[in-house]
Design a protein around this ligand. Structure first.
Ligand SMILES: NC(=O)N[C@@H](CC(=O)O)C(=O)O
Ligand SMILES: [Zn+2]
Ligand SMILES: [Zn+2]
Length: 350
């Protein structure tokens, strides 16, 4: 297959950041994505509907003058203080589509996250009633738990009990990295789904650590062993509506990555669908890409599928060695390397 036309895809998990970074991150997203679930882990985090409305305006302003725009779908950052009233306001708004749970200290800008999940059960009950999805960074922060086990332990300790206690609550386990997560989500009721990133499909911990440490492959949850990577590829290509595209494209400046204590996050927004296409092609599953990238996400979020298409052609091109991020620069995935698939006429007005 040398050309592939699919319903316009959406990204169900992305970090756009704020301020001077926004024009750059938004321009990449606006090339061909229809919509994007925008993560709220700014500093300070987006904890209220009012803050989400203001952030949405900044995103839209940052897209001024671009040949096309994507629709930002905002999220609220769950804290120990989030109450049922804010949840109802969010559900009543046109633009807040989910609430994000970061266990305090689990990842970038998660200091304000949730310390005691049980205290928040009334808030989760309000989300269940309002039918507002819960998005989860699924890692425990217990220092006694090995970093490679933190996703599985989170599922056992927290996620399974939440799913059992709130059977009507829609839950997305974000950026899954293990066969354990694939098995849990597959066996869970239809209210439970997962996003999968391109980098967790393309890479495993050998890529991160063998022959030297590669800071641009460091993200959270950290890359796991090859057998987990293979389980993710099977899940993405399976045709199960529980697994859909979420890039978790997470820009950090090169200075913050290439240092003694580097930040977690991989930038893929410059080549997102192109990278997924490589994975699906290598797995002999290119026909399954459309549902994963363009159907199952909107179905889960109860939004219409996009009604136009994009076309990918199998022709090689070279990714930029570095990209601007506000005043700084970042190193994207595959920096300076060749990619196999290219989107035809990206950025054309729709
Ligand atoms: N995935 C990452 O490694 N980093 C994300 C945060 C997150 O999604 O956990 C970021 O905001 O940089
Ligand atoms: Zn996360
Ligand atoms: Zn993320």
């Amino acid at each position: 297959m040398t050309e592939l036309t699919l319903t316009r895809p959406d990204d169900w998990h992305v970090h756009l950041r704020d301020g001077a970074a926004l024009p750059h991150t938004c321009a990449d997203m606006a090339r061909y994505f229809g919509r994007a679930i925008v993560m709220p882990n700014l500093s300070p985090p987006v904890t209220t509907v009012a803050a989400a409305a203001a952030y949405r305006e900044r995103i839209i302003t940052a897209m001024t003058g671009l040949p096309r725009q994507f629709e930002p779908l905002l999220t609220l950052y769950l804290t120990d203080q989030t109450d049922a009233e804010e949840i109802r306001r969010a559900a009543d708004s046109e633009f807040v589509h989910a609430v994000k749970l970061y266990p305090a200290g689990a990842t970038t800008n998660s200091e304000a996250g949730v310390a005691d999940l049980e205290q928040l059960f009334p808030t989760l009950a309000a989300m269940e009633t309002a039918d507002l999805p819960l998005l989860v960074h699924g890692e425990v922060t217990d220092p006694a738990v090995d970093i490679f086990d933190r996703e599985k332990v989170f599922i056992d300790r927290y996620l399974a009990p939440i799913v059992q206690r709130f059977p009507g609550l829609r839950v997305v386990l974000e950026h899954i990295t293990t066969a354990d997560a694939v098995d849990f989500v597959s066996a869970a009721p239809a209210t439970v789904a997962a996003t999968i990133t391109a980098h967790h499909l393309l890479l495993n911990r050998n890529d991160l650590l063998v022959g030297g440490i590669r800071p641009h492959y460091y993200c959270l949850p950290v890359l796991k062993r090859n057998s987990h990577q293979q389980a993710l590829v099977r899940a993405a290509c399976s045709g199960s509506p529980k697994f859909f595209l979420g890039t978790d494209s997470a820009p950090h400046s090169s200075a913050h990555k290439e240092t003694a204590c580097g930040c977690a996050g991989v930038y893929t927004a410059h080549a997102a669908i192109e990278l997924y296409a490589e994975v699906f092609e290598a797995a002999g599953a290119l026909p399954a890409l459309e549902a994963f990238a363009s159907h199952f996400g909107p179905d889960f979020y109860q939004l219409p599928r996009n009604n136009d298409t994009i076309t990918l052609r199998r022709q090689s091109w070279q990714a930029a060695a570095s990209l601007p991020l506000g005043e700084a620069t970042l190193v994207p995935l595959r920096a300076g390397e060749t990619l196999q698939w290219q989107v035809l006429n990206p950025g054309n007005p729709v």
